[in-house]
Ligand binder design. Sequence first.
Ligand SMILES: NC(=O)c1ccc[n+]([C@@H]2O[C@H](COP(=O)([O-])OP(=O)(O)OC[C@H]3O[C@@H](n4cnc5c(N)ncnc54)[C@H](O)[C@@H]3O)[C@@H](O)[C@H]2O)c1
Length: 330
Amino acid sequence: MPSEIHRMNTLCIIGAGQLGSRHLQALKMVLQPLHITIVDPSEESLKRAEERYQLATGSAHHQLRYVKTLGDTAQSFDLVIIATTSNYRREVVEKLFETCSVKSMILEKILFQRYEDYQKVEQLLEKNHCQAWVNCSMRAMTFYAELPKKIQSGPLTYLVTGSQYGLITNIIHYIDHIAYLTGCYDYEVITGALDPTPIDSKRPGFLELNGTLSVHFKDGSHGTFTCFPDGEIPFLVEIHAKEYRCIVRENERKAWESSQKNNWQWQEVNAEIPFQSQMTATLTENILKTGACPLIPYKKAAQLHLTLLEALRAFLNTSSGKKFDYYPFT
Ligand SMILES: NC(=O)c1ccc[n+]([C@@H]2O[C@H](COP(=O)([O-])OP(=O)(O)OC[C@H]3O[C@@H](n4cnc5c(N)ncnc54)[C@H](O)[C@@H]3O)[C@@H](O)[C@H]2O)c1
């Protein structure tokens, strides 16, 4: 009997910086041997990614290849993770499809810097029959993912507060979570209570904003996100519905819940917020095995991104005295 030959699954991480290296670390927990290509023009990023991989726990026997560019040879990948900053993301996707065939893709948020990038990349994904998701990861975290069962019915009031946590880079996670909980993707952004002067993002070359931003969803749900420019008020998430409410202290991995079913008695529960260096393992295994992924599909994510980013661009153009024809965030 001829023995069955299994092709090793092929993965590629493009952008091996702070987050890309965490995606790589997670892959060490995938038991099935993989062929992984890590691409980053920065020697320093590649070196740090390699060090982090070596330090990570896991007993995998993967074949790893660290390269500065993908080159011009045709390659085929089962999964590609794009973890560069937003300014390079479209160009990286375009270059990838010039020579490679890709079955599945995970793109980091914030997706892209220009309005037209969103449709261009959507067309490329369709043309190349590549299924893609965006790494808004609350949908993949057990506590947050299981809330629809507890909430029962909307609309929701969703509040996020904290100090110096990177409002704009993080807000898309919470907007995505509201959409996940309610099934409503249609919303408006109210920017009037944001601080008018942008600040530098912790990632060089990008901007951030402080103050309060609100979102009103068509189903009647509301979100209010506040980031204080100073102080150390701990990060807090509150979700309120007619039959359920919770307070999440993410840093402590704890939540307090109360519901009509339990006569509004408060209960303390664990709220696991896994690191990216843990999450990508399960996401990858599922995609390779079943082709499915709990993250938000590309097209829906693009819709959520554009509503937010266009409102922020309009806000910057009236408040900062500059004219932005792109979204200076990542
Ligand atoms: N989903 C999440 O929870 C989450 C968390 C953190 C960061 N992020 C997002 O991930 C992105 C990256 O953040 P980071 O902190 O890792 O930034 P980073 O600057 O540390 O890493 C970006 C890397 O991309 C590399 N790069 C630039 N051009 C490239 C190219 N053409 N090909 C390959 N690599 C290239 C850079 O050399 C760098 O190493 C940001 O958009 C950020 O918002 C998402």
